[in-house]
Ligand binder design. Structure first.
Ligand code: RNT
Ligand code: ZN
Length: 421
């Protein structure tokens, strides 16, 4: 393989620019719009959702498989790996932190304070990234039976309510210090393996717990609340307390954001289709961009139809200012920098493609009722040379283009990851 140089990237781009122009698409405009797009990169791909608290196993119905050598074992390594991954992702992005990644001293989840995340905040300032935050309602002795905010035992519920309150306070502090509101997402694993007789009581308890967690007003300039639904998990195959209907209803009534994870719906159900309908009722929403494969909801994101359609829908609805776009996947079987970079770059590619869509031609065909032409255009669009525009975008942002990215990942594996024993 011969790695292409800057001149070749530029020449290919000039050619692609002409091709797109013939389809009525301005690639310069698309590149300018890309500069405004910022996605939230999850910290938890770096160490298989292990976190910094204990050696305990991942729980809560989510799982990683594989044992590729070189995973980050502490804050120093995670920070280095995250910096490496960010250097491979074009654009200025956010970093998404989970509560089990406290790096400023130890405290149980219900006692966490912003100071326990001080190194994250200082690092974010130095890196010029913004932070988002998540409560961690798993991998903890008080979540051992898979129940948290809906637990029948009031003392356990109260512990997790305090954790949710702590998470909101930490997110608010992050947002205040970094000058951009943190999205604070709550996902809980609560559910049951087999058919429950009482589906109602846990949901009533969850509602009350959320009411208590959200009772304290926070400043929307510094943080925004989100709640994440799920269809099923490992060990919660028959019933999930925080289902889609539960959280959509809760979010709309209480003016918090619904979070749609692409791996948390029936396999043929499209999250893209939820954008236009939800944004008629909700001010903003959070997406967990992921890839479901059979029972698993968290494969590394790839540039498939689902991801493309998601980005296209947001662009077509002109909704980027109301959609928070966050990655959520974890793969322990491959080089984790590759997982991070490939997934994030695929997401950015989908966004780029959405800005390169020959939308005028598509809208015109649709308006005229010429659906054969509309379908043909959708397919013709797939053959347009977006890859040349993508490489130019990477070049403009000072990030390795597609071929160079592969080399950069291999080099880091050889010089850093493979040395970790
Ligand atoms: C789990 C949810 C949740 C987690 C992360 C670690 O099914 O998707 O968002 O993946 O918070
Ligand atoms: Zn998720």
């Amino acid at each position: 393989m011969k790695t292409r140089g800057t001149d070749e990237i530029k020449a290919d781009y000039e050619q692609a620019k002409k091709t797109y122009a013939a389809w009525g698409v301005d690639t310069e405009k698309a590149l300018a719009r890309m500069a405004e797009r910022s996605i939230s990169i999850h910290c938890w791909q770096g160490d298989d959702v292990a976190g910094f608290e204990s050696e305990g196993p991942l729980s809560g119905g989510i799982a990683t498989t594989g044992n590729h050598p070189g995973k980050a074992r502490n804050w120093g390594e995670l920070k280095a790996d995250l910096e490496k991954a960010l250097s491979l992702i074009p654009g200025q992005h956010r970093v998404n932190v989970h509560a089990l990644y406290a790096n400023g001293g130890k405290a149980d989840r219900d006692q966490q304070k912003p100071e326990h995340f001080r190194p994250w905040i200082d690092w974010a300032k130095a890196q010029k990234v913004k932070l988002d935050f998540n409560g961690s309602f798993f991998s903890h002795p008080k979540a051992a039976d898979g129940l948290t905010l809906s637990h029948p035992d009031a003392s356990i519920r109260e512990f997790w309510i305090r954790h949710a309150q702590a998470a909101r306070e930490i997110g608010e502090a992050m947002g205040r210090e970094l000058g951009s509101p943190s999205v604070v997402n709550l996902w809980i694993p609560d559910g049951s393996k087999d058919l429950p007789v009482d589906r109602l009581s846990p949901r009533k308890r969850l509602k009350d717990s959320l009411d208590a967690a959200f009772a304290k007003k926070t400043d929307p300039k510094h943080m925004k609340d989100a709640v994440e639904c799920k269809l099923f998990g490992i060990g919660s195959e028959s019933y999930v307390v925080g289902s889609h209907e539960f959280y959509l209803g809760y979010a709309l009534r209480n003016k918090v954001m619904p979070c749609f994870d692409m791996g948390h719906f029936h396999p043929t159900e499209s999250v893209a289709d939820k954008i236009s309908s939800t944004l008629l009722w909700a001010d903003e929403l959070l997406l967990h961009v992921s890839r479901g494969v059979r029972w698993d909801s968290d494969h590394v994101v790839l540039l498939g139809d689902e991801l493309r359609l998601l980005a296209e829908e947001i662009t077509r609805c002109d909704a980027w200012s109301r959609v928070n776009f966050a990655l959520d996947y974890f793969d322990a079987s491959i080089n984790r920098i590759a997982a991070w970079a490939v997934g994030a770059r695929s997401a950015m590619k989908a966004i780029l493609i959405s800005h390169l869509e020959p939308i005028e031609a598509l809208r015109e065909a649709e308006k005229k009722g010429n659906f054969g032409r509309r379908l043909a255009l959708v397919e013709a669009n797939k053959a347009l040379p977006f890859g040349a525009v993508w490489d130019k975008f990477c070049l403009d942002k000072g990030v390795p283009h597609e071929q160079a990215c592969l080399e950069s990942i291999d080099e880091y594996e050889a010089s850093v990851l493979s040395k970790r024993k």
